[in-house]
Design a protein around this ligand. Structure first.
Ligand SMILES: [Zn+2]
Length: 318
């Protein structure tokens, strides 16, 4: 699995900070950091899972730290033989000590530039944020279009903030021709997947609950939607109790465009290589299956057609 070239579309920067980096910045023991930010047996749902991001975000408030953290994540992606990635984060979470949104994005891009892998950014609007703050995220995505930012997302507490509350913001994104993905069908039901598609999402973050409703499955197929599947994260948030219960194989057999991601390397305590290994051992996916999933990822990525062609060629010729 290490040698397979991969594409990762669903990866949060704040959930993928190396524990050793937090430990060195705060001058505390790495084990202490891991206890605070990695999932454990006390993690019972999405809310518990989201609480793990507090500590990493607290140190992601300076240009220096943001550059270091994104640089290190790019190195970690290289180890997984990733040839293209889209990394996401909520810019406003990193402005608590005075950085502007522009400074945050620039610092992150500065870190990524130092590693020879093609990586772009997705900016997250947050379900718990107000309209004005989420509007700023759309403006930033527009400002940095063609400069390293390729789209936007909606993340956070899905159950308490239904996707339809954000209709107006996604209308603005559509007017500005900013592509978007939406976290849906993770903590909430398949209906949130239908709603996200109706709002114009071309990709769905997770979307696994779609398997519970035939018409949602049809809705996904008719609109050629791609699902960003993050199997290990789904186990962490207790959507499924064990990997064999995960619907990834069923979704794949339904001919839905699925892709594989980690969601959060550190919080979920995984790598892309490990995730592929687990999927291969459990569902007996072949190398060809994985190549197909990575083709899906390239096709659904937010880059232009020429860039997609080059990546598809690299993937097929491996
Ligand atoms: Zn996510």
């Amino acid at each position: 699995m290490e040698n397979l070239k991969k594409v990762e579309l669903h990866l949060h920067l704040d959930g993928s900070v190396r524990p050793s980096t937090i430990a060195s910045i705060l001058n505390i023991k790495e084990q202490k950091v891991k206890e605070k930010i990695c999932v454990d047996h006390n993690t019972k749902n999405l809310e518990d899972y989201l609480s793990k991001f507090k500590l990493p975000i607290s140190i992601m408030q300076t240009k220096e730290n943001l550059t270091r953290i994104s640089y290190e994540l790019a190195l970690d992606l290289k180890k997984d033989n990733v040839i293209y990635a889209e990394i996401r984060f909520a810019p406003l979470f990193h402005t608590k000590q005075g950085l502007t949104i522009e400074e945050v994005i620039t610092a992150i891009l500065d870190g990524l530039k130092q590693v020879p892998i093609k990586i772009n950014l997705i900016l997250c609007m947050m379900r718990g944020s107000n309209y004005e703050d989420n509007y700023k995220v759309i403006e930033a995505a527009y400002q940095f279009r063609n400069k390293g930012v390729v789209g936007i997302d909606l993340a956070g507490d899905e159950k308490n903030y239904p996707v339809n509350n954000f209709k107006e913001l996604f209308e603005i994104a559509k007017d500005k021709k900013i592509p978007f993905t939406i976290h849906a069908g993770e903590a909430d039901t398949y209906l949130s997947v239908d709603n996200a598609i109706n709002l114009g999402a071309t990709r769905i973050g997770h979307g696994v609950k779609a398997i519970e409703n035939n018409s949602t499955i049809e809705h996904i197929k008719q609109n050629n939607i791609t699902l960003e599947i993050c199997p290990i994260s789904n186990l962490n948030t207790k959507i499924y109790n064990d990997i064999s219960s995960h619907p990834i194989k069923k979704l794949y057999d339904e001919n839905i465009n699925i892709t594989i991601s980690t969601d959060n390397r550190t919080v979920s305590n995984t790598t892309l290589n490990d995730t592929y290994q687990i999927l291969r051992d459990t569902f007996h996916f072949t190398k060809e299956d994985f190549i197909k999933m990575n083709q899906n990822a390239i096709n659904a990525s937010f880059i232009n057609e020429h860039e997609k062609e080059l990546l598809l060629k690299e993937l097929i010729e491996q």
